[in-house]
Each structure stands twice: as C-alpha cells, then as structure tokens.
Design a protein around this ligand. Structure first.
Ligand code: ZN
Length: 198
C-alpha cells in the first residue's frame, strides 16, 4: 500500500469502508477518481457531504427526507388513518410508484431477526405503537415474505390487535423472499387489494 502517495492511500482506505468494496476495487475506484475531471470529483464529494448532512428521518413515518415531515405525511389529501408498515424507505418508494395507495406509511428500518440479534427495540416499532394513539383505522403490514418479515408481522399484529385497530397483511402475491423493490407495480397493487385481516 505504501507504493502510492499518502493521499491516494488515504482515499483507498476511506473507500474500503463502503459495503462490498475490497482493497482491489477500492484501488481501481481511487485511480478512476484521480483521473476524473476535477469539477466532477468536487461535485461528487459535495453531493455526498450534502446528502449526509441534510437527510433525516420524517418525524412521523421515519422515511428519509430533508424536511421535518416528508411530502407524504404533510399531504392533507392522504388518508392519515391508514398506515402501511414497510421495512425500508425503498419499499415505500415501490408502493408510491403504483400511484394507487392513498394512505400513509411507517418505515421500520429493518425486521426482527433473532439470529442477528435484532429485536423489536432495534427497529421503529415503538414509534409505530405510539402513532396508534392517534386516529388510526387500519394498519397494513407490508413487510417482506421472508421468515423475518413474517415474524415481524406476527409480533406487530400481537401488539396492535388489543387496541381494536384493524390489522391487515398484504396478500402473498409478493414472491417468497422477494424484495418489494423489485416487484412490479401490478403485483404490488394486487397484494394490497388482496390483503387479509389478521
Ligand atoms: Zn413521513
């Protein structure tokens, strides 16, 4: 590693912090970067800094936004008494792409996974329970159909049912182990329309 200049070594070292980047790939990227036009590098670096600094969680649904409330939560035309629970912001985006869903969301930022030591306390579950104190008619659980997604759905329904709020689960039109992000819009809407009460 000491064959390169200090600054190149530092760049390689920083790049290896990114997921999926081994030393070889980091070296290749570092050399690509030092050969890029200066203004492109500056714009890349500043986009990274700005995104990290300005992005935050919506205080209502916990999706990623740059406002206190995301555009969906601050939209008075959405049905705020219908909450769809998803694993990640990208799942919210997948449902938004259908243009059909009129309710709001709650992003858990993960699923319960005992093997990885992820408990309900590690995801935004208590934040969801807190939201149920408001005017909520239905919670639609749209976690994935993986073992962890199903387990999380079960835990959620156990928590929510005693409140008397209707709990539904999207139909299993979504392929097992399927990532919502890659499911087409028609399948997603079918899963939503065919949801069943838990
Ligand atoms: Zn929001």
């Amino acid at each position: 590693m000491d064959y390169y200049s200090k600054s190149v070594n530092k760049l390689i070292q920083e790049l290896t912090r990114l997921p999926g980047l081994g030393t070889k790939t980091a070296q290749r990227l570092a050399f690509h970067i030092i050969n890029m036009p200066k203004e492109h590098v500056e714009s890349l670096a500043s986009a990274m800094v700005t995104a990290r600094r300005e992005v935050r969680y919506c205080k209502e649904c916990f999706t990623i936004t740059d406002q206190e409330l995301c555009p969906i939560c601050s939209n008075g035309n959405r049905l705020h008494n219908q909450i769809m629970v998803v694993e990640e912001p990208k799942d919210l985006v997948a449902y938004e792409r259908t243009g059909q869903y009129k309710g709001v969301y709650h992003v858990l930022h993960g699923v319960v996974n005992p093997q990885l030591g992820i408990t309900p306390a590690d995801i935004k579950m208590k934040e969801l329970i807190k939201r149920l104190e408001g005017d909520v008619d239905e919670v639609i659980i749209a976690t994935g159909s993986t073992t962890e997604g199903e387990a999380t759905a079960m835990i959620l329904s156990k928590f929510i049912k005693p409140t008397g709020i209707k709990v539904t689960r999207i139909a299993s039109g979504v392929p097992v182990g399927g990532d919502l992000e890659y499911v087409d819009e028609i399948t997603l809407m079918r899963a939503y329309d065919g949801r069943i009460e838990l």
